[in-house]
Design a protein around this ligand. Sequence first.
Ligand code: SF4
Length: 541
Amino acid sequence: MIDWKKFKRPLRYLDNEWNVIKKKANIRICLCFPDLYEVGMSNLGFRIIYHLFNEIEDVSCERAFMPYPDFLEYLKKNKIKLFSLETKTSLDEFEVLGFNLNYELNFTNFLTMLDLAGIPLFSSQRKRIIVLGGGISNPEPLSEFVDVFFLGEFEEKIFSFVEILKKYKSKEARLKALSEIEGFYVPSFYIQENSSLKKIYPYASYPLKKVYVKDLNSSYYPQKWLVPYASIVHDRAYVEVARGCPNHCFFCQARCFYYPYREKKIEVVLKQVENIYKFSGYESFTFLSLSLSDYSYIEELLDIAETLFKKKKINFSFPSLRIDSIERFYQKLKKIGKISLTLAPEAATERLRKRINKRIDWRKFWETKDILKKLPLTHIKFYFMFGLPEETEEDLVAIPQLVKTISKRLEKRIHVSINAFVPKPFSYFQNKAMEKEEELLKKKRLLLHLFGKNKKIKVSISPIKKSMLEAIISSADRRVSSVVYKAYLLGARFDGYREFFNWKIWEQAFEEEKIDYHQYLEEKKQPFFWSHIIWDGKIQS
Ligand code: SF4
């Protein structure tokens, strides 16, 4: 019997949330999130797949999350295998473990979870269980550990996946059958030759193609929204109104990852809000889209928000409105209660914004200054980047200047998040070098100095080494599998968390594996290590 009082936030490990699904079925799948419960439960894709698997007859789907270090140590010390939330079944008893691998700095957590469950880490050593990886853009650094990746939006092929599980019983036959279906990538059926991939199983798909949901209106969306008892990062219900983005900012990976741009009809959105409200009781909703201002039915959406706020006191947040669209929506926004506004100009000068293709009309923002002042905003959050290609000192200095001016003129509290630019696969800037560490450190110091101390402005700049690691892993090839493994053995965990991130471990891992990590930070030439994947309708150039 585990004494839960001994652990931080034990509700992370207990089940019985409102709308939890407990089902008996022949095929048992566990969806695993290599981060804490509160982060995983805030991930929309994770929720969609959990509910959708459970909609399928013959399938039961449970969940597992990365345990916090105190509970992790307890499990190890007491030789208890990591178990699922719903039925406390050890992960090694499931047929399939589906991992969300959308964040490179969770890769060592992924290995930790397998190991905690007593499951061999290398795919070649696993006889029965299938480890499926999704949400990843460049899968190569995990090619040794994952049996099959899914490239793109799994909803589209989930039924084919289950059919294969029903039809074939051996792992080998299942993987062979999956590799012939668009979207599935079985890394062991390919070998890396220099920087390209060559298939060794003749029927495996090549090049590999990303799969996407064709029609968002008819695709599955969970309505019996799980309501956690523990607080989570985004403790509200989401209604996705569009997927993809019609803009083309050159640094952006999300645009390519969720390509093409698709919208949900307003009547479908309304129905989903009503149903989620009915089944979950949530009174806080977020309308999700990468760029809400571009949603064709945005006016109608604001009307819905206004009506439901008046009738039922339901709060809505609009996280991705463009700065220059506030004026257009002001009359409606002011009627829907307290809101927070998140704006991402990314660069503070017009010249640099043009260079990165971020289209914002700042004149409009200043024109709306009086309007913004009157809005019932709790705070405004801004996102900026530094270390962007062709950035000058003037661009850098402009960030604190602009934020201070906004804070003064609007008389609002401002949160600013500033991150070093990380060139990501499939983005337009995928071939760019990451700026040298010394330069980035200098720039970070300058930014902090220029911001100074200001009660109304909260600044956060992520550690440079952390961004570097993200850049290295995201554009790495198969050789880096051994580094991820070594870093795991040396104790790397929770690399995405400031308090646990330890660059020395990674440096040692690269050294011991005799791989110079600088090569992944330099400018890249074609073919890239991910060129075998068609992500954006064509092989990226
Ligand atoms: S940064 Fe935002 S607006 Fe620009 S392409 Fe990406 S998702 Fe769209």
